[in-house]
Design a binder for this molecule. Structure first.
Ligand code: ATP
Ligand code: MG
Length: 266
């Protein structure tokens, strides 16, 4: 292990390194930054580090004074490019990367060029934060599990709830207002997580639709830790993309795009 790529984001620390030709990945809550880096430095004291993410400068100051900082959006897009190639996919061109991290950001990739085109505060941090407030659970996997069995209809007001017996002018199953049923219908922690998941997915879907239309793109690549081990969020996004006629790819190691992209740059 001579080189390492580290992506220190708002929620998680992602580490990628190669050993005997094989890529290894690790991730830790950002609150465990100190112990994770101590492990790495003990295992490889003279390692060359490529640092990216919002906390890259903190890592450089505290642990890797000779580490190289790679701009986050560059690292992300380079990582996606590599994973698409590794998965044997003909790289679609142009395409939009949707990075569902703590928040969500959109990047337009066209050949060698990439550009961040959009951002939203709706993301994995919303899933965690609202999830905690509404269920008293704080574990990501537990919240993801709850979301799978919940009924969002117990909280979300649908178009057909407003039109009742009248024929609605648009698809009655569409959401008229997220969480609008409030306390009027009985709901469980699972139902609340399903509604949180749907609100995040719907917001991402609507923004992706507009970005895709403006930039005339049909291919969407989803990455970010919020989607890993979170089948409800992933499936909802997948369904919405199909509904819009957009082609979607969910990268297998998509949470490590930043770390791998940084590693590639040194
Ligand atoms: P950003 O890029 O926005 O600065 P980040 O790089 O830390 O943040 P990601 O690691 O891509 O973002 O995703 C963070 C999200 O992943 C969390 O908000 C949460 O929804 C989800 N997540 C997945 N696994 C965990 C975990 N073990 N602990 C906490 N959150 C997790
Ligand atoms: Mg990130």
């Amino acid at each position: 292990m001579q080189k390492v790529g580290i992506d220190a984001g708002g929620s998680l620390l992602k580490i990628a390194f190669q050993e005997r030709g094989v890529m290894h990945y690790k991730k830790y809550p950002i609150s465990e930054l100190e112990s994770a880096i101590s492990w790495l430095k003990a295992a490889a004291p003279n390692i060359m580090a490529a640092l990216t993410g919002g906390k890259a400068h903190i890592l450089q100051e505290r642990f890797f004074p000779s580490g190289t900082i790679i701009p986050e959006f560059q690292a992300t897009c380079e990582g996606v490019r590599l994973f698409l190639l590794e998965e044997g996919r003909k790289t679609p061109d142009p395409y939009i990367i949707v990075n569902v991290g703590t928040g969500t950001s959109w990047h337009l990739v066209d050949g060698e060029k990439y550009e961040r085109i959009l951002g939203s505060g709706m993301g994995g941090g919303t899933f965690m934060g609202l999830g905690m407030l509404l269920t008293n659970e704080s574990d990501f996997y537990r919240l993801s599990e709850l979301a799978v069995t919940g009924q969002k209809e117990n909280l979300d007001l649908r178009v057909k709830d407003i039109y009742e017996s009248d024929a609605p002018p648009i698809n009655g199953d569409l959401t008229a207002a997220n969480f609008a049923k409030g306390l009027s219908v009985k709901h469980s922690p699972s139902d609340r997580m399903a509604a949180v998941t749907n609100m995040v997915a719907e917001t991402i879907m609507l923004l992706t639709l507009q970005a895709a239309a403006i930039h005339k793109v049909k291919e969407i690549v989803f990455i970010g830790s919020s989607l890993i081990g979170n089948p409800s969020l992933t499936k909802t996004l997948e369904t919405y993309m199909k509904m819009l006629g957009l082609q979607s790819t969910f990268l297998k190691n998509g949470e490590y795009c930043g770390a791998v992209g940084a590693l590639l740059s040194i």
